[in-house]
Design a protein around this ligand. Structure first.
Ligand code: ATP
Length: 140
């Protein structure tokens, strides 16, 4: 089984959709192996999204991601990284509604920034992101 990092973003938590999204995750064959609700500081959001520093959307992204609680999740499944990105859908929720109407971002996101969920994009980012939120978790 592969593990990935998933995060329910402040828009979806604030709208009361976190439980529904976790149900959709489990119905699609993922096991939720870790779960924590917390609010990111601006500094944590800047570090988490460091690869986007300097991009035009970076400041807005940091403000959004630290605006309310998130739910941090470690998911396990065969091909979890790719499978979770597929279930999440395209980055922009408006595009997701056209191209993947059953995806989490289509169902629960708003636009290109407020898109309900995050998913790691590679094994190295999954490892980094899991360690960032669950530093005591033993990754074998
Ligand atoms: P994530 O990393 O959150 O799973 P992703 O890999 O699909 O999403 P990235 O390109 O890594 O998307 O962007 C990270 C996040 O930054 C997006 O999920 C979105 O919230 C925000 N973002 C990306 N592009 C834009 C944009 N053009 N305008 C506003 N916000 C954006």
């Amino acid at each position: 089984l592969e593990r990935t990092y998933a995060m329910i973003k402040p828009d979806a938590v604030g709208a009361g959709n976190a439980e529904r999204i976790m149900q959709q995750i489990e119905v699609n064959g993922f096991t939720i192996v870790q779960q924590a609700k917390l609010q990111l500081t601006r500094e944590m959001a800047e570090e988490f999204y460091a690869e986007h520093a300097g991009k035009p959307f970076f400041e807005g992204l940091v403000t959004f991601m630290s605006s309310g609680p998130v739910v941090a999740l470690v998911l396990a499944k065969v091909n979890a990284i790719r499978e979770w990105r597929t279930l999440a859908g395209p980055t922009n929720s408006n595009r997701a509604r056209e191209e993947a109407p059953e995806s989490v971002r289509a169902l629960y996101g708003t636009d290109g920034q407020r898109n309900a969920v995050h998913g790691s994009d590679s094994p190295s980012s999954a490892q980094r992101e899991i360690r960032f939120f669950f530093p005591n978790l033993v990754l074998d």
